[in-house]
Design a protein around this ligand. Structure first.
Ligand SMILES: Cc1cc2nc3c(=O)[nH]c(=O)nc-3n(C[C@H](O)[C@H](O)[C@H](O)COP(=O)(O)OP(=O)(O)OC[C@H]3O[C@@H](n4cnc5c(N)ncnc54)[C@H](O)[C@@H]3O)c2cc1C
Length: 401
């Protein structure tokens, strides 16, 4: 265990492990400190869009993710109560257009793929950061297990309840959005194929809610993830057990395919969605936040982890090319904040349109091309983090000189 290091990455989730791979790719030494006793995430899936796959390839894990990713053909959206087709987001066409595929992963597989690129002696498990102190040219890190480490620079990838964020900005707690999620995993063999036809990835949208189901891990599992506006308080955490009957009651009058799918659920978890307002407070001096610690967002654009992967590549490149890491941090924030704020705004507006209370208006807007349950992802997916890592991003509604 080193008592000092040049760069400490705090958090070994998707953002922290991607960051460690990026630093390794650019020949920069770093140590990762993760609170959990083992790497891994439980029972849920995550999607990566083409531009994030480009970032992952560029940090050296392209083959590892391709081996465990499920190639999604597209999202087929239906009305939740009638089953009527509403919109198709064709992911194979998108892959051709943007030059990289869209994958769905079991989270544990993606974490393993990211860890497989690293020297695990540099990943210190069971290290929960409890405090940090900036002094001169060092940052002192204190961990719950009694270990103390002095780092020259710190990258905070410790998630939505970041201790580092709190140390920098005080009581900046995320607030409950009034939206909650149900999650479940089913054995694909138990799910009649016609339920998810024609794409193997179906989204049902209804008033104030939506429900997604798709294959992961080479079609071995069907992942279920939902979202609804609710006035109930739900604690954040993967492990909050849910009641399948309560889940079913959240989606009244479902069309037959969805009713059958929900009837198969015997175990589920629930999760409250927490956010903080869009902020420029992403770090200062020797400390930089990435991933959810910097920019937690609603999952409605499928971009929280994708933006963390972009962060990892772009920050790695700035660190490689800058004389002074603190200067790299400033440049990182300059190019990343406007883009990620745009994605955060997209997530919010996607949630509103998906959960429209008037199904006729929603359908008319989709037909007229003025609304989309997938949102306009072109500017998000067409970004090339490798070619454009140092450019001011083009974001709808942002100022372009
Ligand atoms: C329902 C839902 C669906 C989603 N779907 C998608 C999707 O399809 N695509 C997508 O791109 N994004 C998706 N997201 C968002 C994505 O899950 C997050 O953006 C992503 O997990 C953030 O990664 P992170 O590493 O920043 O944070 P986390 O995943 O929270 O990881 C933080 C890590 O830091 C560790 N840690 C925490 N505190 C400390 C401490 N004090 N000391 C040391 N270690 C610490 C934790 O143990 C953890 O390992 C979804 C989110 C939700 C809620």
């Amino acid at each position: 265990m080193p008592s000092s290091c040049r760069i400490a990455v705090v958090g070994g989730g998707l953002a922290g492990l991607a960051m460690a791979n990026a630093l390794k790719t650019f020949g920069i030494e770093a140590q990762v400190f993760e609170a959990a006793a083992a790497l891994g995430e439980i029972g849920a899936a995550v999607n990566t869009s083409p531009q994030a796959v480009k970032a992952l390839r560029a940090i050296g894990v392209g083959d590892a993710i391709a081996a465990v990713g499920h190639l999604s053909r597209g999202t087929y959206t239906r009305n939740l109560q009638t089953g009527e087709f509403l919109e198709l987001n064709d992911r194979l066409k998108a892959a051709e257009r943007y030059g990289a595929p869209y994958y769905t992963f079991h989270r544990a597989d993606l974490i393993d793929a990211l860890a497989s690129g690293l020297d695990l002696r540099t990943v210190h498990l069971g290290h929960r950061l409890t405090g940090l102190k900036e002094s001169g040219d060092r940052v002192a890190l204190a961990f719950a297990n009694g270990v103390e480490v002095e780092a020259e620079y710190v990258i905070g990838a410790d998630g939505v309840r970041s201790v580092i964020r709190q140390a920098l900005y005080g009581d900046d707690n995320p607030t409950y959005t009034g939206q909650m999620v149900w999650r479940a995993l089913l054995n694909a063999n138990d799910v009649p194929e016609e339920i998810l036809e024609p794409m193997g990835h179906t989204q049902w949208v209804g008033p104030g809610c939506h429900f997604l189901a798709y294959y992961i891990r080479q079609r071995k599992f069907v992942n279920i993830v939902t979202q609804e506006d609710t006035d109930k308080w739900v604690e954040e955490g993967w492990s909050t057990r849910g009641d399948p009957n309560e889940m079913r009651q959240s989606f009244p009058n479902p069309e037959p395919r969805l009713a059958k799918l929900m009837s198969l659920v015997t175990e589920c978890s629930k999760w409250g969605l927490f956010l903080r307002p869009l902020t420029d407070n992403w770090g200062r001096g020797r400390i930089q936040l990435i991933g959810d610690a910097a920019h937690a967002m609603l999952p409605n654009a499928g971009q929280g982890a994708c933006q963390a992967f972009e962060d990892a590549y772009v920050l790695g490149r700035w660190l490689q090319t800058s004389r002074d890491p603190a200067e790299a941090f400033v440049n990182f924030r300059r190019v990343r904040i406007p883009r990620v704020h745009g994605v955060q705004r997209l997530s919010l507006s996607n949630a509103r349109f998906k959960h429209a209370r008037d199904a006729k208006e929603q359908k008319a807007a989709i037909a007229a091309g003025t609304g989309s349950v997938h949102g306009n992802a072109d500017w998000v997916w067409s970004f090339d983090p490798v070619a454009d890592w140092n450019k001011e991003p083009l974001v709808p509604g942002s100022y372009a000189a």
